[in-house]
Design a binder for this molecule. Structure first.
Ligand code: SF4
Length: 81
């Protein structure tokens, strides 16, 4: 199974962790579930592994060699792209 498929299969786990941060954020619009900084609807955006928070509260994730999710805080990927 490819790394991308593995990440997609874990999209809800990734999203849940990010949403915990967003729901406590001063830029989060609870009524619309939307980020006031990027304008994105966060329940959708957070499903995609390669995206990041516009103010750096969370970043893109990849799988490390042990198959664990690893956040890339500086926004760079590790040579997969
Ligand atoms: S994406 Fe970042 S700035 Fe936007 S609501 Fe989430 S944590 Fe806040």
């Amino acid at each position: 199974m490819s790394i991308f498929r593995n990440l997609w299969s874990r999209r809800f786990e990734i999203s849940e962790k990010r949403m915990e941060i967003c729901m406590k954020c001063e830029h989060y619009n609870e009524k619309l579930h939307q980020c006031k900084e990027c304008g994105c609807f966060m329940e959708a955006k957070t499903l995609f592994a390669s995206v990041e928070c516009p103010v750096g509260k969370w970043g893109p994730v990849e799988l490390n060699s042990d198959g664990e999710l690893q956040e890339l805080k500086d926004g760079r990927t590790t040579g997969q792209d």
